[in-house]
Design a binder for this molecule. Sequence first.
Ligand code: PLP
Length: 357
Amino acid sequence: MSFPVATVDASALRNNLAVVRRLAPRSRVIAVVKANGYGHGMIRVARALADADGLGVARLADAIALREAGVIQRILLLEGVFGVEQFALAAKEQCEIVVHSPQQLDVLEQFAGSHRFVVWLKLNSGMNRLGFRVEEFTAAHARLRRCSSVSQIRVMTHLSSSEDRGQVTATQLKIFDDLVAPLGLERSAANSAAVIGWPEAHQDWVRPGLMLYGMSPVPNRSAADFGLQPAMTLSTQLIAIQNIGVGESVGYNGIWRAERPSRIGIAAIGYGDGFPRGTRNGAPVLVGGKEAPLAGRVSMDMISIDVTDLPQAKAGDEVVVWGEGLPAERLAPYADTTCYELVCRVTSRVPLLWKEA
Ligand SMILES: *Cc1c(COP(=O)(O)O)cnc(C)c1O
């Protein structure tokens, strides 16, 4: 195959769920599969993670797609739903919903269907994205309790900086706990970084995403440190080798120039596949299992790699840009991004190839 393929390892996903369970043994797990399962293929991910206690998605359309695929697990709509039609669909698809705004409360109070929702009431504890502010929260909770279309209320918040052990998260957790602990409701606060670094945030439900896919949410800590295995390996092949002389440049705009007689491997992957165009020279890729640096501008369908120090490299060799043997976390800084974005922006022309145990 001389084209890129994203191989997804179902056993890595299951291993990573087991890591979550070991780290948060008293919590139930909402496996976050939004954005097409962080680019890994939402439905297959959901099936691989059938042992999770629920799935988290951002959009109603994802929940519908999961149900159409026969997924019967609990589904939590992380942004809730908007408008009467969406509430009705969420009811039909048996989804649990986040309620974070007064507008959603209005619709819920008017909801005429017979369905009774499990509602996750969201507190804005400092992220300032979604959720009721502290001074609004108690009234919102009281409204929900009076709502005949609500069967159960849980409470949640989202952490803005849980990848470090600093004061921000401690403050958010204190605001959350002070307000909601007296209510005696089930609580949820932890994303991946908090599953790893904030045991006090585990509470009743954890909501990991990134770590399930085997990537590290903590800067300067590798996923392997926590026993996580990358679920996606994005690979392709070398399709040509160029021998070039000192002073010659490679690729568009000649942003890389040979300082020695050089061998350049051309690999069939580019920004048309989701390899970021802005990736800087020197970014590591694996050629035949050995690291070599990116050399020259990323094209739509190709990248160029300095394989001068890999004299055995030849057309047809496997090239891995991230995954097994080369964590996506290594590439991300060369592209001024995070591994979250790298896996999410793999484009639809890249086939997802599933590897079952
Ligand atoms: C995306 C998301 C998560 C998962 O975050 P990770 O950092 O990928 O673990 C958890 N909770 C909410 C509300 C989210 O939007």
